[in-house]
Design a protein around this ligand. Structure first.
Ligand SMILES: C[S@@+](CC[C@H](N)C(=O)[O-])C[C@H]1O[C@@H](n2cnc3c(N)ncnc32)[C@H](O)[C@@H]1O
Length: 196
């Protein structure tokens, strides 16, 4: 399986970057997922299906399972270790897309591990899977200089500019702020709610 990724996602990796001193934990995801879910509600969307891409420890999937148990859930990860430990389907998002669409697709801190070609393929697969909302967290070169905590974040990733990312995302999605994107035929937004 070609991951296009410099990292190996084994037990050491998850111990190192998650938990108390890591990038985020279940409490932080609770805050974020609550906000995203309610923003969707504001826009008139009840999230009935959620697809967690590169799910890792499965924090988003678990938040939905606990708080909205009727939501249809799919979580995938490329890591054999993550899939065995936290119960995901083993998939490479650069090479695979699910059948059908999900109301919310989450791709949290994943695409920086993909090389350029894999990234472009992954975005196309994410677009085909997204009905209304994509939550995307993806650090840029500028973020690594200005905001990223190097003690809590994996630095062994691809670093690309925000404009490079926008160029490849904008054929599929409109940015509606706070890490949220909607497909061109997704949510109808007021002009100043989003940027093309
Ligand atoms: C930084 S972790 C993020 C985990 C989770 N999304 C979170 O935010 O808690 C990156 C995850 O992306 C997964 N990943 C990397 N490349 C992938 C790919 N091509 N397809 C699917 N998952 C991938 C890794 O195995 C790892 O679990």
């Amino acid at each position: 399986m070609n991951t296009g990724s410099p990292s190996s996602f084994d037990d050491r990796y998850y111990q190192r970057f998650y938990g108390t001193h890591g990038a985020h934990d279940a409490d932080r995801i609770h805050q974020l997922a609550t906000a995203v879910h309610h923003f969707a509600g504001w826009w008139g969307v009840t999230i009935e299906s959620m697809f967690d891409v590169g799910a890792g420890m499965g924090m988003w999937r678990d938040w939905y399972k606990t708080n909205h148990p009727n939501t249809k859930l799919l979580s995938v990860d490329i890591s054999e270790h993550a899939c065995r430990t936290w119960g995901h389907e083993q998939r490479n998002i650069a090479e695979w897309k699910p059948r059908g669409k999900f109301d919310l697709v989450v791709c949290h801190s994943v695409l920086q591990y993909l090389d350029n070609t894999s990234f472009v393929n992954a975005v196309s697969n994410l677009a085909s899977a997204t009905r209304y909302l994509l939550y995307l967290e993806l650090p840029t070169t500028q973020d690594f200089k200005t905001i990223i905590d190097p003690t809590a974040t994996d630095l062994d990733v691809y670093k690309r500019s925000g404009s490079w990312y926008r160029k490849h995302l904008s054929p599929h999605f409109i940015n509606i702020g706070a890490g949220l994107w909607t497909p061109h035929n997704g949510l109808l937004m007021y002009e100043l709610e989003g940027s093309r």
